[in-house]
Design a protein around this ligand. Structure first.
Ligand code: ADP
Ligand code: PAZ
Ligand code: K
Length: 255
């Protein structure tokens, strides 16, 4: 009963086909396309796949993009379900003022983080970091209650904003340095420390609140860029969103 999980962000659509819809299922195939290339999926990557029995997706790129993806899914006679953030779900409770307004990728990442935390032993607070088009840093208490999080610009948006707003900052990417001595290094280091600084700050908030060291899990296409300069102990889990989607699908089927 193969299962297709779809994660649509504001830069890329990521997909993964599993042998069955539950955590730990065998991964059969996976891929990613930039949003502008969604129309290639039907004749491209997805053409060669075995027909999925069910499809569950999370989408933060708006309804028009969702409709474009649904057109590509017409390749198979399967109706996709789309995750909506809710007050409870997947083992977490959602403390957002309006739970439905929490980005579904954030909601799903929290579900994935919870399942990773519970598999490791006694429940721990989790810091859930997603480094994509935007960066989110979300705090989950040991009992699975989401108490809030940060949204900040991703690296690309920060650099484009600086390029667009100034005369002299259109330069190649540099290195992260402690004391940058050229424009490229100053921009790359500034962007990196804005992101790692926000993560380290939220880590401090959550550690004080929880009274123990949180489990810090990071995911997202730009996670590999941020990880080396992040001073706190953390784990990069590329599949975190898919782990959340698998958990939600298995809970749905258990209803
Ligand atoms: N090979 C890559 N392709 C696309 N984006 C990449 C790649 N490597 C790193 N990135 C960075 O990751 C971001 C896209 O990550 P992703 O998690 O797909 O974002 P989103 O979920 O917002 O679509 C881009 O903004 C870019 O900075
Ligand atoms: C913050 C986000 C844009 C992150 O999206 P991404 O960077 O993954 O494309 C997304 O989670 C979103 O649209 N959130 C809705 C607003 C909120 O979470 O408060
Ligand atoms: K994302």
């Amino acid at each position: 009963m193969s299962f297709l999980a779809i994660d649509i962000g504001n830069t890329r659509l990521k997909w993964a086909l599993y042998a069955s819809p539950q955590p730990g299922a065998v991964l059969l195939a996976h891929g990613a396309v930039f949003l502008e290339n969604i129309e290639q999926l039907g004749e491209g990557d997805w053409q060669r796949l075995p027909v999925p029995h069910s499809v569950l997706g999370c989408n933060v790129a708006g309804d028009a993009v969702r409709r474009r993806v649904e057109e590509q899914l017409e390749l198979w006679d399967v109706t996709p379900r789309w995750i909506v953030s809710s007050a409870q779900g997947g083992g977490i409770s959602n403390g957002y003022d309006h739970p439905g307004r929490l980005g579904t990728d954030r909601f799903v990442a929290l579900v994935g983080a919870r399942s990773h935390s519970l598999r490791r032993g006694p429940a721990r607070a989790c810091l859930v970091v997603m480094v994509g088009t935007a960066v989110t840093v979300d705090a989950l208490e040991a009992d699975g209650h989401f108490i809030g999080g940060l949204i900040l610009p991703g690296h690309g948006i920060m650099l484009r904003a600086l390029e667009g707003g100034t005369a002299g900052l259109r330069v190649p990417t540099g290195e992260v340095r402690e004391f940058p001595t050229n424009t490229s290094d100053a921009l790359t280091s500034g962007g990196n420390y804005a992101i790692t600084g926000a993560i380290e700050r939220m880590h401090r908030h959550l550690k004080q609140r929880a009274g123990h060291e949180p489990l810090t899990l990071m995911t997202g296409g730009a996670g590999w860029k941020v990880s080396p300069a992040l001073d706190i102990e953390h784990e990069l889990i590329d599949s975190l969103i898919f782990d959340g989607i698998l958990t939600l699908q298995s809970h749905h089927l258990a209803l």
